[in-house]
Ligand binder design. Sequence first.
Ligand code: 6PG
Length: 254
Amino acid sequence: MEADVVVSEDASELAREAAQRFSNLAIDAARSRGRFSVALSGGSTPVALYGLLAKEPYRGQIPWSDIHVFWGDERCVPPHDRGSNYGLAQKVLLSRVPVPSDNIHRIQGELEPSAAARLYDAALQGFFCGPKIRFDLVLLGLGTDGHTAALFPGSPGLEGTERLVEAVAADYDDRPARRVTLTLPAVNSAREVLFLVSGGNKAGIVRAVLEGSDPHLPAQRVQPTAGRLTWLLDAAAARGLTGGEAGRPKAERP
Ligand code: 6PG
């Protein structure tokens, strides 16, 4: 599966590029299907995007009443904990836009991981009327070990699962260990998957994922079955790429 790779000059331009795509996808989905379902990413990279969406011109463009917000993963902490992906999105975006509270489908991180996973799976199946879910958009970040969402090398949700949601209770990386995550099948069924990656510290893993062949990197396994995959990078994160076009800033493109 070919991925589009779009390189922006810096993190600000990356956020603008992502905001315009989010807005376009939301408008198109609302117009053609009456709703837009998006799974937000956690971590720090998307914060600039969320802040832009809460301001004009994007705030006024986006049909917030038709938006349904989910998460790609959540840390098992209470919603107002500083580690909560829901809490972060609520603070910088959702509290500032008129999305109906019933349209916010958070993962209940305050519960035991397995209980939170069960409830989130039920919420997904309720929203999509069965196990064949299809998000309009899944936003993803990339960890320096190649993880995405809470799909870490060797974690459940990677290998041969039919489940939509997995509880992750092992120590991984330096992040809070107990997590709930969408599985690869749940991500790969999306219409659009958008990776947002910024910073020179990600250049090595970006190259490994986009140009290497290590099947153990979870981010490499994100291959939408009938959707589009786009990597939005800033120049620092893209600087290790050698694949011609992909490694050049958007501004230089013909
Ligand atoms: C999380 C995310 C995780 C994140 C990457 C990148 O809950 O932390 O789901 O997958 O996207 O670790 O994080 P940064 O954007 O902070 O580098």
